[in-house]
Write a protein that binds this ligand. Structure first.
Ligand SMILES: Cc1ncc(COP(=O)(O)OP(=O)(O)O)c(N)n1
Ligand SMILES: Cc1ncsc1CCOP(=O)(O)O
Length: 524
């Protein structure tokens, strides 16, 4: 028997059909749009009705050579000669179902946690349905939403097995790319497909919706499930500096608009720093305008430094729209370790949207990684940092599937493969508030430039963002730290109060050749 293609897995839901839409017509249109496997899910039908629907659905699917699975009911699957069944955690045991079904029948099981996945492997299932990955109106959930960041760990358990995996719950064309990018393990184990009910079934045009799903799934596969940055061979220092040079010139030439949702302590200085770099800041926080701004901005910065619960909506929406519009999201989880509120907020935000760059000090990044190696005190990191910062940033970048910037006396930047250690800067940067926050603004500015450069050169349909965020992050840190070195040496700089305006001035006049000649960068 042919292997099942789990890519676009339709789970039926007759009560969600739009008024006047015939169920069989809708099913046929969704098959024409690229649905690759169908599960008949009938929660209200009696046995006779279930059998009738399943039999007639199978006749439609047979025309397209698409296999059919039956939700919950092994008897119905046997009666209509379906390819198999999908069982929940409280349905018939896998062993019993296996003993009743013909040899070679497919059995899938729902999994909400890692133990379910381990048990499913032991039980010899063919695939797992992992969910709910997002919130859903289609089913009353009995266990918490997993979130995309939880799926990776479940997929890793499947490494080395033949068991396939689909995600289910709230998956729509609008969040599909983010779902696919987020649901990958640190061992690069990706989903075999996505299971969808309402986005296809409730549509008046299921073929069009299924086609959109198919196109995104294919585009994601075409980039080989990669990180947010394209794989590269070891980048030389000269190559990196040449790209940084391009980004500095691009910012000056194009003046990208950089949307910043930042804290009230640093908003003015962050806006001034952005202007000095040659970009345009917009410090907007109203939820209603997040969609409009995302379309016109080059990049988004989200900084939670003085975050309140009423600010979460705009941060959530801004990142969501940025992902939709393929704009970089630079995330600065200021003081994330300081309170349960911050931790919970960061978890929710990172589960909703994919950051392109996460920037933090050792304490903040330790908190995100769940590491106890470095503690924080409020917004500051305590102690001497990580024993092996390079390995730490590389691992976190791989886990969060984005570029990670660890700030400190040496700044470490990783795309999950390579690590750049930058040794520029001056200790006076630590003597005024918000020096880390302005690094976020600078990174966002150069990531916006990286988009402008990358757009021309990359086939990026399957990516969440255009351009090279690793170089964007390196440029952001280098420009600021080199300008800081120059400013700190000025005779008129007597301390932090005179340093900040001097830094703004030096950024304003900084040339790419200053940066290139002063950069102290190692790649490992
Ligand atoms: C592919 C897929 N995954 C999960 C489910 C949910 O199944 P279950 O937990 O049995 O809940 P019901 O669907 O029976 O309400 C599924 N159906 N398909
Ligand atoms: C059956 C099921 N199991 C977990 S979530 C879910 C419903 C998914 O439906 P939708 O795709 O409409 O969110």
């Amino acid at each position: 028997m042919d292997d099942i293609n789990y890519s676009l897995y339709l789970v039926t839901g007759r009560d969600l059909l739009p008024p006047g839409k015939d169920y069989f017509q809708s099913l046929e249109e969704s098959l024409q749009g690229g649905v690759s496997v169908v599960q008949i899910r009938e929660k209200k039908a009696d046995t006779a009705e279930f059998l009738d629907i399943a039999r007639r659905s199978k006749a439609v699917c047979d025309k397209y050579n698409v296999p059919i699975l039956i939700n919950d009911r092994v008897d119905v699957a046997i009666a209509i000669n379906a390819r198999g069944v999908h069982l929940g955690q409280t349905d018939m045991s896998i062993a019993t179902a296996r003993s009743l079904l013909p040899e070679g029948a497919i059995i899938g099981v729902s999994c909400n946690n890692e133990n379910h996945v381990r048990a499913a492997i032991q039980d010899g299932v063919d695939y797992v349905g992992i969910g709910a990955v997002w919130g859903t109106q289609t089913k009353q959930l009995t266990s918490p939403v997993i979130g995309v960041r939880g799926v990776g760990k479940m997929l890793e358990i499947l490494d080395g097995t033949e068991v396939k995996a689909v995600a289910i719950g709230g998956i729509k064309t609008t969040n599909l790319l983010r779902t696919l990018h987020g649901c990958v393990s640190t061992t690069d184990h990706a989903l075999d497909g996505v299971a969808v009910v309402s986005d296809i079934v409730a549509s008046k045009e299921p073929r069009v919706v299924a086609e959109k799903f198919t196109k995104i799934l294919e585009a994601f596969r075409a980039i080989n499930f990669g990180l947010l940055v394209a794989p590269r061979s070891v980048p030389s220092k000269d190559q990196i500096l040449a790209s940084v040079n391009d980004l500095i010139n691009t910012v000056r030439k194009t003046g990208p608009l950089v949307h910043q949702i930042t804290n009230t302590v640093v908003a003015t200085q962050s806006a001034n720093i952005t202007l000095a770099l040659g970009a345009s800041p917009i410090m907007a926080t109203e939820p209603q305008e997040m969609g409009d701004l995302s379309r016109i901005c080059g990049a988004l910065l989200v900084n939670i430094g003085t975050m309140r619960s009423d600010g979460k909506e705009s941060m959530t929406l801004a990142g969501y729209h940025a992902n939709m519009n393929k704009k970089p999201v630079v995330f600065d989880p200021v003081g994330v370790g300081a309170s349960a509120f911050r931790k919970e907020t960061v978890k929710d935000l990172l589960n909703t949207w994919q950051a392109s760059v996460i920037k933090g000090n050792a304490g903040e990044l330790a908190s995100i990684a769940g590491s106890t190696e470095v503690a924080s005190k409020g917004v500051d990191s305590v102690g001497s940092g990580f024993s092996d910062p390079s390995s730490f940033v590389r691992a976190l970048a791989k886990k969060e599937r984005c570029v990670v910037v660890l700030t400190g006396p040496v700044d470490y930047i990783s795309d999950g493969v390579w690590v750049a250690a930058l040794r520029n800067g001056h200790e006076i940067l630590r003597k005024f508030t918000g020096s880390g926050c302005i690094v976020g603004s600078s990174i966002a500015t150069y990531c916006a430039a990286a988009v402008a450069v990358g757009r021309d050169t990359e086939n990026t349909d399957g990516r969440l963002v255009y351009g090279d965020m690793f170089i964007g992050a390196i440029a952001g840190v280098l420009v600021l730290t080199v300008a800081a070195e120059i400013a700190a040496k000025r005779e008129d700089v007597k301390g932090p109060g005179t340093f900040l305006p001097a830094l703004i001035d030096e950024l304003w006049v900084l040339t790419p050749s200053d940066v290139l000649s002063m950069a102290r960068i190692d790649i490992c």
